[in-house]
Design a protein. Structure first.
Length: 248
């Protein structure tokens, strides 16, 4: 039986954004384990203020209300833990070239198939984290606007065609399993696993920090899910706590 993710499911035909819907409803935020998923999103949101396009053909937009049983220090790891659960679910489908990119993109052959947006409510006394998952299942990248097409892929393009509901149940089982292990004190083991699944150790990346752009090599994760990189031409490690990195 699930303990943290997917205890109750709420289906909507159309909504602006499943994350915004949940975040604007304190009654829903109190329902630990709730999942809201929608057929259509009119203003899906991605990380860093970007838009998230759902495509027109049965892709998945879901928001999980999670009240994690974790020490506060580890809350910053939530996004990586949810990503690991999604990765593990997708890895049961026999996809080749599956990997996780810090902090929370799931890639197939370096193209994004799933994005995760974890947000917390500003409402006093509410501890819930809303983990929004957008997964491209159907069609191919031509179903998406030209500006994002080159970076995306879908499960169907890789020969896998699960229904949205099957996929949601599979994701919830795996995310729940990861969160159970985390609550039982295994976060370090899960972050080690994340590193192995990311296939990104040693990769060259470009990133911006404090107004400067840097080129570096990924060294691994820090204890709370931050990214450790070695700047080009330097032996010292630098920590990237937020934002994103671009593979070179
Ligand atoms: C990203 O990679 O930038 C994160 C994308 C997250 C998209 C999902 S779709 C369901 C949920 N509702 C939203 O508005 N966004 C998230």
């Amino acid at each position: 039986m699930r303990r943290f993710a997917g205890l109750h499911l709420l289906h909507l035909e159309s909504v602006d954004s499943t994350n915004s819907y949940v975040l604007s409803r304190p009654d829903l935020l109190l329902k630990a384990g709730l999942v809201v998923y929608a057929d259509h999103q009119t203003s899906g949101r991605g990380r860093m203020g970007r838009r998230w396009f759902l495509g027109s053909r049965g892709n998945l937009a879901a928001s999980l209300v999670i009240q994690p049983d974790l020490p506060k220090d580890y809350l910053s790891c939530m996004t990586l833990l949810v990503g690991l659960g999604v990765y593990e679910a997708l890895s049961t489908l026999g996809l080749e070239g599956l990997s996780i990119k810090w902090p929370n993109d799931i890639l197939i052959a370096d193209k994004k198939v799933c994005g995760i947006l974890c947000e917390t409510s500003g409402a006093a006394g509410l501890q819930a984290i809303v983990a929004g998952i957008g997964l491209n299942i159907r069609g191919d990248r031509d179903d998406f606007p030209p500006e994002v097409r080159g970076r995306l892929t879908t499960l169907e393009s890789h020969g896998v065609r699960p229904s949205r509901k099957e996929m949601l149940e599979l994701l919830l089982d795996h995310v729940d399993r990861v969160l159970c292990l985390a609550s039982e004190g295994h976060v370090d083991m899960l972050l080690d696993k994340w590193e192995r699944c990311s296939s990104s150790i040693g990769r060259r990346v470009r990133f911006s920090q404090d107004g400067n752009t840097h080129v570096a090599t990924i060294a691994g994760l820090g204890p709370h899910g931050d990214l450790r990189v070695r700047l080009a031409g330097s032996a010292s490690l630098v920590t990237v706590v937020s934002g994103e990195v671009e593979y070179l």
